[in-house]
Each structure stands twice: as C-alpha cells, then as structure tokens.
Design a protein around this ligand. Sequence first.
Ligand code: PLP
Length: 380
Amino acid sequence: MTGPHLMVPLLDLQAQYRAIGAELQSAVSAVLESGQFVLGARVEEFERDFAAYCGSRHAIAVNSGTSALHLALVSAGIGAGDEVITVPMTFVATVAAILYAGATPRFVDIDAATWTMDPAALEAAITPRTRAIMPVHLHGRVADMAPIVEIARARGLVIIEDAAQAHGAQYRAIRAGAIGDLGCFSFYPGKNLGACGEGGAVVTDRDDLAERIRMLRDWGQAERYRHVLPGYNYRMDAIQGAVLAVKLRHLERWTEARRDAAAAYQALLANLPVGRPAACDRNSHVWHVYAVRVHERDRLRAQLAEAGVSTGIHYPVPVHLQPAYASLGYRRGDFPVAEQLAEQTLSLPMFPELTRAQIECVGAALSTLLPNNSARVVAA
Ligand SMILES: *Cc1c(COP(=O)(O)O)cnc(C)c1O
C-alpha cells in the first residue's frame, strides 16, 4: 500500500459520541436530577417510541437482550420438556436463553447464501415436543420468514425472533421483531441501537404476553408486593431508557449510512477472491456486521491488522461445537454450512461513521494481500 497509513477500527463508538454527545449528556443529566433510576417515565417513553418504530403494539424494556429472549420464552409458557428450534450460527445467548427457560435447544443448519435459518431444514427438526422456532437475523439480515411462519402456523408453534442484530430491518415492509409472535432486541453498546451500558427489549402485538413480560421483568408483581408470577430482576435503568430514546431518533440515518458503506464494500470487493454477502433488498439488511468469506482467514486477519485494518469474527465456533453445550449431544459434521462459515467468515470494519477513505483503505489492503491470480473465489 502507498500513502499515509490510515487506521481503520472494526467499530468506533467514540465517533458516535462525538456526534451526539451533547444530546446524551443532557438526557442523562435529566435522569440524575429526577432521582428516578429504574424504569419510570424515561423508560416508558422509550418503550412507546420503540414499539412505534417496530410497528408493534408493545415494547417491554429489559436489562439485556439475553433477558428479552428468556422472558419471551417464559411468557409463552415454554419450559421443561419443551424443545425450541434455532440455529447454531449465532451468539451463545440465543441458546443460553432457551436453557435458562428449562427447555431444550434443537438446531437446524443455516442457508449457504443468507447465513440465516434454512427453512428447508426445519420440518425434519420438529418433534412432538417442539413448541417454538427462534430464527436469528444474523448480521442484521432478516431470515427468510415466510416459509418459517407458514410452518409455525401449520404446527401451532410460537415464533420468537432473535432480532438482537437487526433493529429496523424489514421483511416485506414489516420490521424485524414484529414478524413473529415475539421479537427480542439487544441494546448492548456495539449493537446498531446501543445503550451506554446493557439493555434489551421484547416487542409483541399480543396484550397477554406483553402483560406477563412486564410482570416477569419486575419480580412477577401485578402490583407492589403482590407477586403473581415467579419473576426476575430484569428491569431497564432510567439512564439507558433516556439514552436509547435519544439514539432511536438517529437510528434510521445511521442505518442508511451502514447501507451505503455495505454497498461501497460490495462494489469495491467485486473483483477480489472473497465471498461477499448475498445481494438483498436494501431494506432487508441493516448491516450490523459486514462479513466476507475467505480462505486462510486467520492469516489474512493478522496481515490486515498489520496493515492497520481491524477485523472481527462472528462467530469462530458454532454453538453446537462450544464446550459449554457439549451435553446437547451434537458433533462436528452435524451442521456443515454453519461449520464452514465459522472457518471462513471475516467481519470488516462497519459502523455508521465509517468514511469513504476508510472503506477504500480496507479494499486496498485486501487487494494487496489477496493473491488475485491463484485464489479461488469462495463460494457464497
Ligand atoms: C447480542 C446478542 C444477544 C444477546 O444480547 P445481550 O444484550 O448481550 O444480552 C443475543 N442474540 C444475538 C444474536 C446477539 O447478537
């Protein structure tokens, strides 16, 4: 590479703070002055705004995406003896939440093009114990929901979307999280809509489930000290509610910037021996992660780091091969598409403030490092 060295981080939360810091400070100050630190008016305001944004009747704010998934399952009555179908190519929280509820995770492989749940593999995984399907909108791309919804409706199964990476993504003009019965979001700082700490939410159109989740997040109380359900302390902090209400107003603009960055990568990498994400409708992806498939991923990753380009891996080991979940009884070879993606996936820098110069720097580093002449393009 020629020219001055430009460092390109994988994610730059300080760039976001530079842009909206003043707004965040005044929102946080107002909470400090109010003396109300848990739930309350700021959290309710965020819940109203987020429900409207998703096009859902209800949003219930909680203290993490993991708690959102857990309460979605519990509210639907899913527990011991029940099976929940999900994918092994996800963050472990998806699977952990199923186990927290006392249920058993059953995996199906992902589709080789979209990297989300393969609807064609679904029927074979359904047993008399199956109660729910939990698709994951990996990297911010909405899973192919129409066949999943059709199978779930025919079998009377609950659909819980893990939309932790997909705030605002759309499937046939419906927002992620509002397609199934319940949708779960994370507001972990690095997510597309991130708190200044931990946070999560469940969205649903079902009044009964929303009411139950509201009670479950706050010790199962129907009113103060009347505990009608065995509940949890999963409440959202007021500071996070205030921060999220501010940030939600910027989310569409940030998402558009991510889409522009992804489009720039798609064009820039077109002639390089990398497997790019499958083309999709602009609205259906919010590019939480922009990942390519490459051979000899780990070596390339180290070389990119030397060239000043930070990368990530989402995720290097599928959940069915993680030691913590060995007791589920899966083995290498059970989900070949997920296993191959885990070996080849490489996440490039992606955040709304990413500049054209930074994107070009990533492209230049890749074209220098990848052996154009000999390499086979990795099949998408
Ligand atoms: C981040 C994430 C979660 C967990 O959310 P937390 O807020 O970290 O608890 C669950 N599922 C997926 C797919 C995620 O990316």
